[in-house]
Write a new protein. Sequence first.
Lengths: 66, 211, 576
Amino acid sequence: MNEAVIERGIALVGAILVGVTAIVQLRNDWAAHGLDAGLTKVLLGLMALGCVLALLAAVNVLGVRT
Amino acid sequence: MAAAAAQHLSGHDAIAARYRDVDPVYGETRDIRLLGFVFFLLSDCILFSSFIFAYVYLRISAPAWPPFLGGHQLPWFDTSFAAMNSIVLFGSGVTMHFALENWKHLNKAKFNGWLIATIVLGIGFLLGQAHEYSVVGISWTGTTMGASFFTLTGMHGFHVFAGVCYLTILGLQANRGTYTGSKYFGLTAGTLYWHFVDVIWVFLFFLFYIW
Amino acid sequence: MQAGTSTTHEAHDAHDHIHPPPEGFVRKYVFSLDHKVIGFQYFFTGLLIMFIAGSFAELVRLQLTDPNGAIMSHTAYNEMFSMHGTAMVWLVLIPLVTGALGNFVMPLQIGARDVAFPWLNMASFWILPVAALILFSSMLWGGPHAGWTEYPPISLADGTAGALWCLAIFTIGISSTMTGLNFMVTIMKMRAPGMTWTRMPLFIWATFATALMNMVATVALSVAVGALFLEHVFSVPFFDPARGGSVVLYQHMFWFYSHPAVYIFIIPAFGVVSEVLPTFARKPIFGYKMIAFSSMAISILAFTVWMHHMFPSGIAPWLQLPFMILTYAIGIPTGIKIFSWMATIWGGRIHFTSSMLYALGFLITFTFGGLSGIFLASVPVDLHMHGTVFVVGHFHYVVAGGAVMGFLAAVPYWYPKATGRMLNERLAQLGFWLFFIGLNGTFLPMHWLGLEGMPRRTATYAGFAKAFPDAVFWNQFETAFSFLMAAAIGLLAFNVIWSLRHGTLAGINPWGARTLEWTISSPPPYYNFKKIPQVFDRPYNFDQPLPYRNTDNELDEFPEFGRVLMPIPQPVGAGA
């Protein structure tokens, strides 16, 4: 039980940190063009989505509730 | 003048014209290699999608999920540890992005720092997966749940492992002078690969821990 | 566009390195990076395996001359037809039509010096013999028994042989994926300056559509056989119903690849026919854009029809209707092609060379096979005929009468370019008649036998022969004619080797064809093009000068015609 709380705490803080950074990077790269830049934008966007998922899982909205 | 002409071109003509001023040979080979690499990622994506299709198909057509084994219903996967481990992997994507940005700005020391951070986080994720495997409480051959879980996450883990090796090699090459401030396709490819591996995990995390 | 082509032309000049050819036998002929040599390697490997797989087919036919089985046990029969199908599909047809033709012709037609990733190309070829060895070595363990599809749970009884089958197909799948990737990049990035998408020869369009399917669909097959391999070796329960698995899942994963696979064979054949027909009818191709578009349409639609192979497999009834309609829809682009080809030869000056004969034969047999395919697309008809030899007849009309026929049209057409000598025309024409008559004699009776209910994949048919006594005669008839096809392939192999020495010299352009490969010497030098040519138009306007500048020979006028054809024809269909 304690372990799960610690894990969720780390996940919550990390998700906010990583997600915000990813979105900031996405904004910085928004003007770049080319195949690699376009793909990077898509992948970064999906990763930000992943951070949202992890965040919601950490606050017990999604996934198995503990 | 070339830029003005390039506006009227399309497709490979335009791309060739864009790079002509910089370095025609590098421009063309970089373009070809980039497209080849993106197609490789696409085919890799289909590799995962096919197994994901199998998992979704089996799960939807199963009478109960999690399935029963020997009269007992199997446990759900534990979300909290996986959420933390996901953040480790996603964080490594961000650090890899910083590494590439610093290489573009010719800041080699910071590049090395962020690359090492990426590799460490990648290894951390693998260790986390090893821990997850030891506590998950299902087996590869028991039911379709275990079959899908271990096959998909195992393949993903293999990709992460390969990526860690790949990034290590790229770091060694970069410090030996293989890449310059304007020619660093290998690093771009490495970054794309690493982001791709992260994004695969987004889907796997959703499918196994949240759905 | 004029300004654009000159701009990019300079860009190409900047790396007009002409590498010297490699030294030494191994570098030159074994681990060669040259796309032409790799094409020959695919050709001869494919032909060799075709003999092995073809002899399996003859054994199958011999067995069926007697309703109780003439020559072998049931197990051996199962092994024979399984190996025949597997080897023909993955080790013969795909290597021949994409590997051999694609490798040899495609870079020449787009004016490139090689494919995008020569090393990858070499690796894809060398995977093929390894996969062939793995596949044929499975016969030491009794071989696969469940047909070329290897459906579980029957295939799970094959044990080691089944695992080796999976391994072989997985390996060959990797090779195909790499080839597809390589060709996609080559066609997208390495065309000669000025060769826009709508100026590409139709064979390039076909190769592009094929490469797309190779790259996308083959991975799904690798996953299917990979999962089957895991089930064989580690007992992972993907397809084991007792542990929650599903045997229908395998069929979904398998056909998601294998339906596009049949288009992987046939679309290069379409491309060949689109080159051969206008060349020997001396008329511009009719409906260039529609033919190109329909190739792409087929390659995309191909991913949406796989369930028509599974109508009897217990898929949901509401899924049957959409898949039936989508399958009918594939007939539309195919029909566009057939009608465009007929309009191309209509009113042309037709030269009945051996390639033209094969291409015309293709029009007949492929159309026939396509029509019986429309029958099978209909759910009620398919439920009746799925397990009968009607399916075998349909499939072989499309594959032997379509893909192989197209390939056989390509061999005499590009042989002069590849070797510098003409294929013996008489032998090639004799080969055509043997093949055409043999094909129809072998597979036509299967249609009515199937309608009467003769089961496929069975070593004996005594029960059916009792109900339908003519079956014995027709099966013996089919067996007799199947040997004509075998003779035609043997004749082709003899001709290919004999003409290397004794064929008449071909010159640069024996057919008066207009694509880029006919502007360089035959056989082409190691670097293909001394100067990268510029392209101004599609290659099919036979009444106009060649649309190229900066070619190695500066052919501005009609090219010289070789010995085979009549004197220079007058422009036909002026203004067309």
